[in-house]
Design a protein around this ligand. Structure first.
Ligand SMILES: [Zn+2]
Ligand SMILES: [Zn+2]
Length: 353
């Protein structure tokens, strides 16, 4: 694309370049997304550290013992309640028989053998019920003592267990953070391993193939890759680093453009320079200082004002050639000498353009 390109076509190329930029951004986004969707470490596997058995076992055993004792005491309470009932009913029977017996005695009658026997049986069963009740009561008392001491053991075992659990939890958390950090780093690295080479390739194309007709495509790829480098860094680098990286990159880019603009201002681009040279030769003026020079004679000639060589022998065919034009008109040999001294100030001042 140069100044000879029609205006409409130039704008079409610009529009398509911008569209291409967005398409490149889109395409690279798919790749970056796919690279980012790599599965991370399993939280459960990483956080697998557990409380050591010598701490967990005593707590577990003490808990089991306390549960068993509590259940046993509950069962004995039930037994005791039944035995209370048995004793009460035995006591009621005994009272009843005793009062019958008493009544007989008060009436000055000898109580029958049957009654005496019933009284004896009632007394026996009341005593038996009382003994059974006492037994249950005593057993409950024993078990409660045991339970109390077991509960003390349980408490201390559980305190130790809790301390150990907190420690293990902390360790697991640290392991997880480290594993997660490594995963994030790997993802960031794989994304950068994609976008940075694309960027460098596009930069190489842009610089090396500056004059290629495909230059707008190279530039679109360059800017799209640069965009993705920024996005990946923003996503994966800690914010406090990213701000330095971002501002550093921004300064670098601005500097690059500035330096290029300054260079262009100091040293006109090749096509502009060539146009000036041709016009100067045609107008019989010195291309370097614009001093009028005599018409061409076919002999070597230099500028009388600034001394620059205007016509001289060709290095290839020895014919006299324009020194400040690219090609020898006799043999077509190309040299770089035509660019002259490259002294921009002389050009800028001396050339009306
Ligand atoms: Zn001159
Ligand atoms: Zn020649």
């Amino acid at each position: 694309m140069n100044e000879n390109t029609p205006r409409g076509l130039r704008w079409t190329i610009r529009g398509l370049s911008i569209l291409l930029f967005f398409l490149f951004v889109w395409l690279e986004g798919f790749v970056v997304d796919d690279l980012g969707s790599v599965e991370g470490p399993s939280r459960q596997r990483v956080m697998s550290g557990s409380v050591p058995e010598e701490v967990a076992a005593p707590a577990r055993e003490a808990r089991l013992k306390v549960d068993t004792l509590t259940r046993e005491i509950g069962r004995l309470e039930q037994v005791k309640a039944n035995r209370i009932q048995t004793r009460e009913s035995a006591s009621a029977t005994l009272n009843q028989i005793q009062s019958s017996y008493q009544f007989e005695v008060e009436q000055q009658r000898a109580p029958s053998d049957e009654l005496a026997k019933a009284l004896g049986q009632a007394q026996e069963s009341f005593l038996a019920a009382s003994r059974a009740y006492e037994e249950a009561n005593q057993r409950i008392g024993e078990l409660q003592d045991e339970l109390a001491s077991e509960q003390v053991r349980l408490e201390s075992a559980e305190r130790r267990l809790q301390v150990e659990k907190d420690r293990v939890g902390q360790e697991n958390m640290e392991l997880w953070r480290a594993a997660d950090g490594r995963h994030r780093f790997r993802v960031a690295a794989s994304k950068l391993a994609f976008v940075v080479p694309v960027f460098l390739f596009a930069a190489w194309l842009t610089v090396r193939r500056k004059d290629s007709i495909l230059a707008p495509i190279h530039k679109a790829l360059l800017v799209a890759s640069f965009w993705w480098i920024g996005v990946v860094m923003f996503e994966h680098f800690p914010r406090e680093y990213f701000k330095y990286i971002a501002i550093g990159a921004a300064i670098l880019i601005v500097l690059m453009f500035l330096v290029r603009s300054l260079r262009n201002a100091a040293q006109p681009q090749e096509d502009v320079l060539l146009r000036r040279r041709r016009e100067a030769y045609q107008a019989s003026r010195c291309p370097e200082c614009a001093y009028p020079v005599p018409a061409e004679t076919g002999a070597a000639m230099a500028c009388a004002s600034c001394g620059v060589e205007l016509f001289g022998p060709c290095a290839a065919c020895s014919e006299i050639r324009h020194v400040l034009l690219p090609h020898c008109r006799a043999c077509g040999d190309a040299t770089d000498r035509w660019r002259g001294t490259g002294d921009g100030e002389v050009l800028a001042e001396g050339q009306p353009g």
